[in-house]
Design a protein around this ligand. Structure first.
Ligand code: HEM
Ligand code: HEM
Length: 173
């Protein structure tokens, strides 16, 4: 096996697309709240798209177990760092949506959604720990993804070792 299975590849790229949408919607909701114009639809949309990231990640870990993964590209320190980044990415892909759910459950957002009453939406998230955690994890995710993508670009353009083919739908054999 020299490439990830097709379904692993599909979920990898689908996760990227859904993450961008979740991130965009999170920012939209955040800005709307700051401007005093947040509505329930925005929160629900963000929660559904963000929740999809969690489902995709759980499916991906299941596929990973079932299908296996290609042998490591190498055993250098950088290869070990890349592997550590992958593990950290999986952890954040689970913890970020979970912290989002905790944020809804431990703030008035949950009450507002349950009753359909937008006036209950909080102007601030004072004392809601999950809100701080969610914000910090967004930053952690961005840093991890940037390092991950820089690593992929290094393999593609400096090392030219065909690493990207491992995450491609085009089969080598
Ligand atoms: C991987 C998935 C997710 C991503 C990338 C994401 C991203 C974001 C971003 C960028 C923000 C704005 C942060 C800021 O305040 O500066 C945000 C806020 C928020 N997110 Fe998420 N989120 C995800 C999943 C979820 C889920 C599953 C829920 C709920 C079930 C959720 C609930 C919230 C709430 C309530 C806010 C606060 C919005 C506000 O400031 O009023 N998030 N999220
Ligand atoms: C343009 C963006 C991206 C590129 C070019 C890219 C490229 C790659 C490549 C080439 C691999 C295979 C690495 C190997 O075989 O050692 C990989 C694996 C991986 N990528 Fe990405 N990726 C991108 C975005 C993302 C994003 C946004 C995430 C998640 C937030 C992510 C998470 C992962 C994980 C967890 C693995 C390890 C797969 C496993 O072994 O289970 N990637 N990526």
């Amino acid at each position: 096996m020299t490439q990830y299975s097709k379904r692993m590849v599909i979920v990898h790229w689908l996760t990227l697309a859904v993450l961008v949408a979740a991130w965009f919607l999170g920012d939209v909701v955040h800005d709307a709240r700051k401007a005093g114009g947040a509505d329930i639809v925005g929160y629900v949309l963000h929660a559904v798209v963000g929740g999809a990231v969690l489902l995709l990640t759980l499916a991906r870990l299941f596929f990973r177990r079932q299908d296996g993964v290609p042998a490591p590209v190498g055993a250098s320190l950088m290869d070990k760092v890349a592997k550590g980044i992958h593990h950290a990415l999986y952890a954040v892909l689970i913890l970020l949506p979970v912290s989002g759910m905790m944020q809804v459950l431990t703030s008035d957002v949950g009450k507002a959604i349950a009753s359909g009453d937008a006036t209950l939406l909080p102007a601030k998230f004072d004392g809601v720990a999950a809100h701080e955690v969610h914000e910090v994890l967004v930053t952690v995710l961005i840093v991890l993804v940037v390092v991950h993508v820089l690593g992929a670009l290094k393999h593609q353009f400096l090392m030219k070792d065909g690493l990207m083919e491992r995450m491609s739908l085009r089969r080598k054999d």
